[in-house]
Each structure stands twice: as structure tokens, then as C-alpha cells.
Design a protein around this ligand. Structure first.
Ligand SMILES: [Zn+2]
Length: 229
């Protein structure tokens, strides 16, 4: 039976169901809505907020540093995987770059966006006419987003919400750590405390994000083992 005849047969017998949405604009709309339902996260909803804020040179520099760190970590982990031949590194690289069921371009775009968000958020203090506030230049924004993801984790794609939180943590850590070399002054702190404050918060954010990623990966591999057993 030809393909067209088969489809017609399915249609007549009623077996052609939701899996074959109509062609044309209506089908495209339905497929887009379905994709949106499973392929959106809490993070998507912060995009309009970030877009209305101005892009400054400082933010662009922070984004480039964060993106560089991200790429470097992928290169280092991929290299370590080859050298040590350990699948643990491979899964960390995959985890940083992909999400099951989500098109690769969408993952890449969101990864870059969340890196931008994390590397930008500490400088939100400019809106309040101050710079290097000890509140935004700390591990605080990570805990804030952790609380949001914990509360609304099932909004959209649960797995992806958590995965992007790790990436957000890495980007935030990169902002705090790259504020150290130019001697960033943290307001309302004694001068001698500025650098240790940025270093401790930057490292703490990195460690927390790294621990979260490791926990998620070991949980996922346990579930996989259980499913294949
Ligand atoms: Zn800053």
C-alpha cells in the first residue's frame, strides 16, 4: 500500500490521531504549541525582563568571560574524558550542552542566554544607583534562583529548569571572580574585605553549582540503572 493510501486508510479507520496534526499553518501552530509546552522553562520567562535592560560594555565583557569559561570547561572536560577515559566527564559535558527531547539549537540559545543572565545579574545594582552592592555581588542571586526553581520546578520542562540553574551558578561565579583582578570595590564593606568577599562568594557559588550538577547526574544514572535493571 502506498504511503498516501495508508494515511487515508488510517484517517478513515480513525487510527490517525493526534500524532498526525493537520498540515499547513494550523498544523504548524499545533506543533509549535506542543513543542512550547515541553520545551519551555522558568528561565524563558526572564527573557523580556533582561531585554528591556540596557546592554553595557561592562555587561558584554562579563558575558564574554562567562561564555569563555563555559567553553573552556567543555574543552577541559572533553579532554579529561579522552585522557582518563571516564564516562563521568562525558556525562558532565552532555549535561552542560544538551537536554533530552530539546532541539540542539534551542539548548545552545538558552545556554547562552542563561550564561548572559548569570553574568549580568550582579550588576542589576546599577538600577538602584549603586555599584557592587554586597547583596547582588554574592552567592545570594544563586540562592534566590534555587528557591524559585525549587518552588516552580514542574513549570515547563522540570529537568531543564534544574540544568539551567547549574549553568546560572557557573556564570554568576565567573562574574564575582572576574571582578577581583580589576580590584572591584564592594560598597559598604571595609576595603580590606572587598577581595576576600568576592573570592569567597565566587568560589562558594561555583562549588554549589558543581555539587548540584553532580547530584543531578548521579541521581539520573541511578534512575537509568533502575530502569534498565
Ligand atoms: Zn560586577
Amino acid at each position: 500500500m502506498g504511503n498516501a493510501a495508508k494515511k487515508l486508510n488510517e484517517f478513515n479507520s480513525g487510527t490517525a490521531t493526534a500524532q498526525t496534526p493537520p498540515r499547513g499553518p494550523l498544523g504548524l501552530l499545533r506543533r509549535s504549541i506542543d513543542a512550547l509546552k515541553s520545551n519551555h522553562t522558568l528561565w524563558h520567562w526572564t527573557i523580556p525582563l533582561v531585554l528591556v535592560m540596557s546592554f553595557t560594555v561592562d555587561r558584554t565583557v562579563h558575558f564574554l568571560w562567562a561564555a569563555l569559561f563555559w567553553l573552556l570547561s567543555i574543552v577541559i572536560l572533553s579532554g579529561a574524558k579522552k585522557i582518563a577515559n571516564r564516562t563521568r566527564f562525558a556525562s558532565m559535558v552532555d549535561d552542560l550542552t544538551a537536554s533530552p527531547g530539546v532541539p540542539r539549537w534551542h539548548c545552545l540559545a538558552l545556554n547562552l542566554y542563561v550564561i548572559y543572565l548569570g553574568s549580568w545579574l550582579p550588576d542589576i545594582d546599577w538600577l538602584f544607583m549603586q555599584h557592587r552592592s554586597p547583596i547582588s555581588h554574592s552567592v545570594g542571586p544563586y540562592f534566590l534562583m534555587l528557591a524559585v526553581v525549587k518552588k516552580y520546578e514542574s513549570f515547563g520542562n522540570r529537568e531543564w529548569n534544574w540544568k539551567l540553574l547549574c549553568l546560572f551558578g557557573y556564570a554568576l561565579a565567573s562574574h564575582l571572580l572576574t571582578d577581583i583582578p580589576p580590584g572591584g570595590n564592594v560598597i559598604s564593606l571595609p576595603a580590606w574585605l572587598d577581595m576576600p568577599y568576592l573570592a569567597i562568594n565566587g568560589l562558594a557559588t561555583f562549588v554549589l553549582a558543581f555539587r548540584l550538577q553532580k547530584q543531578r547526574l548521579s541521581y539520573a544514572s541511578k534512575v537509568n540503572q533502575r530502569n534498565t535493571a
